[in-house]
Design a protein around this ligand. Structure first.
Ligand code: ATP
Ligand code: MG
Length: 243
């Protein structure tokens, strides 16, 4: 059975069809890219998959659960976590405390164990030296890494990443690539949304393409990149052909 599945998903905002009969299935351990022009529905799809929006039609399944019927925090606790295009961290808390916010972590472990686990995760993300720093002092890329760390605290089995590389310094981007690869190698299934074609085609074997809310391609990265319909959807976007 696939681990994450969308079947005939439709999402409308008034007269606008943001997701138009979207269907696909993800197997455990995949690292999949999700691309498409601005406004094509990528964030909306992540919102529907993670329980932040309800579709008008269709079904989303995470393992044996029907996502349409669950709240986002229930799905996160069950093992499906996501990051946001506009980073959501607690800017007035320390870096470590961001990982320990009640409700975002496992309530069954003690604060000491949570702090130890948080420390290990910060070390993995090369943020340990900033543990006591206010999160507001982090760079954009470090904030994105902190968001990765926050969902790592939940030990998710599926992770949805929305534009993690936007405005990130190249050095940090390389660190993020390594983090994503290792996360995936440890068995975590990842769906990665990005406009950064170098990152998408460098990391992902399979790529999904949204255009005006419809899934216009789903296949091996090299096949998707060569598809005329995909190139047309990106017409004017040289980055697609530059990689
Ligand atoms: N809450 C909302 N209310 C009304 N319209 C919305 C809402 N959220 C998204 N939309 C519209 O739905 C369409 C898809 O938006 P979405 O944010 O999913 O695109 P995207 O592919 O993530 O774009 P980008 O690459 O710019 O992040 C757009 O036309 C957008 O304006
Ligand atoms: Mg978006």
């Amino acid at each position: 059975m696939s681990q994450l599945q969308a079947q005939g998903v439709v999402k409308r905002f008034g007269g606008l069809v943001a997701l138009d009969d979207v269907s696909f299935a993800v197997d455990p351990g995949e690292l999949i890219g999700l691309i498409g022009p601005n406004g094509s529905g990528k964030t909306t799809l992540l919102n529907v998959l993670s329980g932040f929006e309800r579709p008008e039609a269709g079904v989303v399944r995470f393992e044996e659960r029907i996502c349409n019927k669950l709240e986002a925090h229930e799905l996160a606790q069950a093992g499906l976590a996501r990051t946001f295009q506009v980073t959501k961290i607690f800017r007035r808390l320390s870096v470590l405390d961001n990982l320990l916010v009640p409700g975002l972590t496992d309530w069954t472990i003690s604060r000491k164990d949570a702090a130890d686990r948080g420390g290990e995760i910060l070390a993995r993300l090369e943020l340990e030296a900033l543990s006591d720093e206010l999160a507001s002092n982090l760079s954009g890329g470090q904030s994105k890494l902190l968001e990765f760390g926050r969902i790592m605290m939940l030990s998710p089995r599926v992770v949805l990443l929305d534009e993690p590389f936007g405005g990130v310094h190249p050095t940090l981007k390389t660190l993020m690539h390594g983090t994503i690869r290792r996360w995936n190698k440890s068995g975590v299934t990842i769906l990665l949304v990005s406009h950064d074609m170098g990152s998408i085609f460098g990391l992902c074997n399979r790529v999904l393409v949204l255009h005006n809310g419809a899934l216009i391609a789903d296949g091996a990265a090299e096949d998707v990149r060569a598809e005329p319909g995909v190139i047309k959807a990106y017409l004017g976007d040289e980055s697609m052909r530059a990689v």
